[in-house]
Every structure is written in C-alpha cells, then in structure tokens.
Ligand binder design. Sequence first.
Ligand code: NAD
Length: 257
Amino acid sequence: MKKRTVLITGSTSGIGLAIAKAFAQQGHNLIFNGLEPDGRQIAEAVANEHQIEYVFDPANMLHPKALRTLVRQGEQRWGTIDVLINNAGIQHVAPIADFPEEKWEAIIGINLTAPFHLTKAVWPAMKNQHFGRIINIASAHGLVASEFKSAYVAAKHGLIGLTKTAALEGATCGITANAICPGYVRTPLVDRQIADQAVAHRISESDVIEKVILAKQALKQFVPPESIAALCLFLASDAAATLTGAALPIDGGWSAQ
Ligand code: NAD
C-alpha cells in the first residue's frame, strides 16, 4: 500500500492503539489522539519503534473546534488525511429510567457526533484528491441491542447510518466509508464493565466474563484487537476499493443469532 496519512481517534488505548501499531508497522504517517495522561509518550514510543512521522493531539471529541484543528494539523503537515478512523468511544451501563442525562449527551457526542464533525472536516481534501477511506469503529451494538446500554446502542446504530450515507455521497469522489462491528474486546473499556457487573450481579469477575460478557458470542473468546487492526488495514488498502457502505461484524458469531 502507498504511504498514507492516517488519523485515528482514541489511539492511545485499547483498539485504537492496536490499529495505530498496525499502521505504524507498515510505515504510514500517523495522527494519534486520546485523553490518556501519558498519551504523548505512548504515541512517541510507537512512532520511534517503527521510525514513522507522527503528530499527537489530545483533542477532546466533545469540542468540534478542536476536531477541526486536529484535521488541519495533519493537512498542513502532509497535505491531506487519507484515512480517517473514528474509534474514540465511551460506555455507560444503566437502565433507561436511571440513565444520567449527561452520560447520554457525552456518549452521543463522542461516539456519534464527533465522527460526523471529523468526516465533514476531512471530506473536501479527500474529495479533491479523489481518494479517502473512512472507517468507523461501531460495535455489535450497532446491529443488535442489549438492555441497559441505550445511549451506546443508539450511538452505534446512528454511526452505521452515518457510514452508509457517507458511502453513498463518497461514491462519486473516491471516498469509501465502512463500519466495523466488534464483539467484546478485552480493553480498559471492557475491564471497567466487568468490574461494575461483578458488583451489580454480586458474582466474581470470571463469572461475569463467562455468564454475562461472552454469553452472546458463539465463540466464547474475546476478539483480539489485532484482528480489528488487520481489518482496518484491509479497508484502507487498494483491494477494498469497491467495499463501501458495509457494517462488518467481527463478533465471534454474536450477530448471527
Ligand atoms: P478504550 O477505553 O481502551 O479506548 C478509548 C479511547 O477513546 C481512549 O484513547 C480514550 O482516551 C479515547 N476517548 C474517550 N473519550 C474521549 C474524548 N472525549 N476525546 C478524545 N478521546 C476520547 O476503549 P476501546 O475498547 O479500545 O474502544 C475503542 C472503540 O471500540 C470505541 O468506540 C468502542 O465503543 C468500540 N468497541 C469496543 C468494544 C470492546 O469490547 N472493547 C467492542 C465494540 C466496539
């Protein structure tokens, strides 16, 4: 694959970091982002290991102006963002009747509205060069629901809707847009859920993993973050030029049911 400039939100932890490492290994220019306090050092370590050019910007997904600056930084340095990977996301688990309104706003803002602002910001330069790849990290929860996750399920379903619309609008200008829908991946986001569920159900963390977390996945194992990264590399490659508007499950058979 030609050397690309790749912006990955939330790339200093979990799935985003695995995606960043995979693109770094192939020598692409990277724009790292994330709110981890040691994010700058994490980005630097990946870049140094693979001798790539990079930028780190802890832009907050809730601030549209910061998102436009994030894109502009990459464009000023490399001319264009070739691949946008909307990965930053948060979760909150509570019944609708008790769901805190500020958590709803934050989940919709980070998981859905930020990908819209970033897609809008990268669009003109992608269109101009007649090449662009937009990859949205949705979730199995973009395809099916679970109780107590109203905001997350709504945001991820919405993200798949945004993906399909971007695919249609991008079809005449060399831009593809796809969503990846992972099942459970063992990251800090899921570790927090395991700990919370153990308290809520009064069971051990290993019982939470077996009886709650992996209950819906036919393959009773977590999805490795590296598998999601490999799928992103494929979607960014020339071989995926006609793959657009898809919501691709990588969920151990969860959404097959
Ligand atoms: P994670 O908590 O390890 O990483 C999330 C990243 O997003 C972090 O870098 C964090 O700093 C960043 N982030 C959060 N809020 C932000 C904000 N306001 N501004 C900027 N950055 C912010 O989580 P993860 O599991 O790696 O999740 C990554 C994506 O994958 C999310 O969109 C999540 O919904 C999705 N996903 C995760 C799983 C899973 O099982 N872990 C499954 C399906 C989908």
